[in-house]
Design a binder for this molecule. Structure first.
Ligand code: HAM
Length: 421
């Protein structure tokens, strides 16, 4: 006997039924509208990449999460866990044709063999915004402002979310000032990023294994207690570029109108090793969900893969967490505002008239959902009220005989008469 096929998708993968698709569209529409408003150009690539491009530095969690395999010609390939290496490859390929800075955007399906928790799947869509070839902090401001705008377009309020901002360059300065050598910084960043995910003792062990002595470990942990930029200013020189870049970010965000969304938080480090400067992560203010989006400056990635030195800033914004957050703040069924007309008929004799009304309304630009079978009034109006339509037209024999029918607003119950011809 053949094996029973499960009706479930493979673990961690998702099906999108119409009610799920309504949410996905709401989220994607906001991504696209915000990106377009800010002048980001769309691009795309295949989900399959060469494993060599995606292979990670030791300590990066995502390295153990890559789905990879060899194809029939023994090529080692993988499903991308993120878009950034692919973007770097595409830019490197056209490095001498592109006019920098470029502002590019995509909604990329990504795969990570993760431990499944709330907000984490093994496949997700990730909206990416990247600005390549711009050194100034205006690039950070543009990507952050665009992401905050998308949150507002989805229906979240200012008070629902905050972006926690820090800087790898600043942390590097602080570590240096504490006497910790530069070659140890990368492993310290990746270890400290695990804070809150594993016990502090586990992090200390990783740091010890990385060759950092107890004094260095203590200092690294102490730095995470700094609460604000004034606290930072006491520890670094007034000429600190990293500190001044953070101040510039807050100043420009004030002008752009979203400084209220930003908070300085030195404990934001990010789990990917390619970040070099300002880093950030957005969370819901109630602290219920995982990160909504994350990103930062990664000025060395292009050179790492063999391209010319090129500065870069970007972020990745997944669909999973934000959809959970939207459902909890707006209600499970709030995906789409009601729109369009639900049209039905009582007996087969009114079928042609119903089709004609539907065709006329559609030619006027209305969205019409025409019921394909005759229906009793109660059944029709119960379907109409659970549909995505705002209005309904139901034709019975009397309507066709009189040449007049009614269009009903399903929310206010108000009815307006109209001539069938
Ligand atoms: P990331 O922090 O690994 O960054 O992911 C960015 C966002 O993708 C997360 O904040 C979350 O919304 C979503 N995400 C990641 N993994 C999962 C998962 N397993 N399930 C659901 N959602 C997930 C990056 O990937 C960087 N490449 C972002 C970037 C672009 N940096 C510069 N440019």
């Amino acid at each position: 006997m053949s094996e029973q096929i499960s009706f479930e998708p493979p673990r961690g993968m998702r099906d999108f039924y119409p009610e799920d698709m309504a949410w996905r569209n709401r989220v994607f529409d906001a991504f696209r509208a915000a990106a377009t408003q800010a002048g980001f150009e769309p691009y795309d690539a295949c989900v399959v990449e060469s494993y060599a491009l995606l292979a990670r530095k030791a300590g990066e969690e995502v390295g153990n999460q890559i789905y990879h395999f060899t194809d029939k010609s023994d090529r080692h390939i993988a499903l991308r866990p993120e878009m950034t290496p692919t973007l770097a490859r595409m830019v490197a390929q056209r490095q001498h044709q592109l006019s920098f800075p470029i502002k590019w955007t995509t909604i990329a399906q990504c795969f990570r063999y993760e431990r499944m928790t709330k907000g984490r799947k093994r496949e997700h869509y990730q909206w990416n915004l990247d600005i390549i070839g711009e050194d100034s902090i205006l690039a950070e401001v543009e990507v952050l402002g665009t992401a905050c705008n998308a949150l507002r377009k989805m229906g979240l309020k200012d008070e629902d979310d905050r972006v926690r901002v820090s800087s790898r360059a600043l942390l590097a300065e602080l570590l240096q000032a504490s006497g910790i050598e530069e070659d140890k910084h990368a492993s310290i960043f990746l270890a400290l990023d695990k804070r809150g995910k594993i016990p502090d003792e586990g992090i200390k062990e990783i740091l010890r294994d990385g060759g950092i002595d107890d004094n260095g470990i203590e200092k690294a942990f102490e730095l995470l207690n700094v609460k604000d930029l004034d606290g930072v200013a006491k520890l670094v020189s007034q000429d600190s570029i990293a500190l001044n870049n953070l101040r510039e970010l807050f100043r420009l965000a004030e002008i752009a109108g979203f400084a209220g969304q930003l908070v300085f938080d030195i404990s934001v480090i990010r789990g990917l090793s390619y970040y070099t400067g300002i880093v950030f992560e957005c969370f819901d203010t109630a602290g219920e969900f995982r990160a909504i989006f994350g990103g930062g400056r990664y000025d060395n990635l292009l050179t790492t893969i063999g391209g010319d030195p090129t500065s870069a800033v970007g972020l990745g914004f997944g669909d999973v967490v934000v959809t959970e957050l939207l459902k909890s703040r707006l209600g499970e069924n709030a995906a789409l505002p009601k729109n369009g007309v639900f049209v039905g008929f009582m007996t087969p004799d009114e079928k042609d008239a119903a089709l004609k009304v539907a065709a006329k309304l559609r030619s006027n630009g209305e969205n019409v959902n025409l019921c394909l079978k005759k229906m009793k009034p109660k059944q029709f109006f119960s379907r109409a009220s659970t549909s995505s339509c705002l209005q309904a037209i139901y034709l019975g024999p009397d309507d066709v005989a009189s040449g007049k029918a009614k269009i009903k607003n399903l929310e206010t119950r108000e009815e307006t008469e109209f001539a069938l011809n």
